[in-house]
Design a protein around this ligand. Sequence first.
Ligand code: ZN
Length: 308
Amino acid sequence: MGYADKSVTLHFDMSSGWTGCQVIEKVKNADFTEEAAALRDTSCKLTMWDCHDECRYHCMWRMVNVFNENGYNLPKFHGKWPFKRIMCLQEPTSVFASFLNLASTMYMHKEIWMRFRVSEAPMVPFWHIFIMVCEVAWVWSMIFHARDTLLTEFMDYSLALAMVMMLFISAVVRLLHEHRLLRVVLVLPLVSYYVAHVVYLHEGHFDYDYNMKVNVFFGVSAGLLWSGWCWYQYRRGLSYPWRLLLFCVWSGSALTLELVDGPPLLGWDTHALWHLTTAPLPLLFYKFVIDDVKHLQVKQKEREIKTL
Ligand SMILES: [Zn+2]
C-alpha cells in the first residue's frame, strides 16, 4: 500500500494504493450500466456524478477505512479531507456555511439599495460592484463545495481572490477618496495583477500554497490598512468605524482556522468552520459602509454650503 510512515498520509492521493483502488473500481464499473445509473438518486443526477466520480468517491472511503483500521492519520485526497456526501453534496457543511455568507451579504445589499440612490451617494456605485463580486463569489463557493470539478475549482479560487483583492482595493479607494488620480494609479496595477493571477489559475496544475499565500497577503494587508484607517479616524474623534475595526479583528482571527487546516469533526473541518465564522461579517462590514456613506454625505453637504 505504500503508507508505512504516518507522515506520508498527506500525500497519499499520489500513492499507488489510491491509484490502484481507482483502477479496480473502474474495472468493476467498466460497464456502469443504465440500471446502475438509475440506482443513483435524483440529487446525484442533478449534481452530475458520473462513473469516474462514483469510483473516486467509493475508493476514497475504502482507503479511509483501511487507514482507520490500521490507526493511521486521516488522509487527504487531492488536497481535501474526505466527507460523507449528503444529497450528493460533497462538502455539505461548507455548502451550508457558504450559503449563510451569501444570505447575509444579500440582506445587506438590499439594505444599501433601499437607503441610498446610486447616482447621489458617495462611493455607493463602488460598493454595489464590491457586493456583487462577493455575492457571485459565495454562489461559486457553494457550487465548488457541492461538486469539486476543474471548472468549479477555478471559479471558486478566482472569485475568492477577487473578493479578497476587492477588500484591499476598497481600502485604497476609501483612503484616497479625495485623490482620484492617485486612486486610479494604484488600483490599475492591482487589477492587472488579478487578471494575471486568474490566467495562471486557468492554466491548471497551479501551486496551491502559492495561491493561498497570495490570498493571505492581500487579506492581511487589507485588514492592516483598514485597521490603521480606523485608528486614524478614532484619533480625529470619529468612533463610527468601530464595526470595521471589529470586522478586521474578527476576520483576522477567523483566518487562523483556514491556516490550521484541521480534519473534519462531525462533518465540520476547519475550512467549513472558517466559512461559518465569516457568515456574520457582512453585517458588520456593510453597516460600517452605511455609516461611512452617511458621513461622506454630510461632508459633501458641508463643502457645498461653503462654496455657496
Ligand atoms: Zn471554501
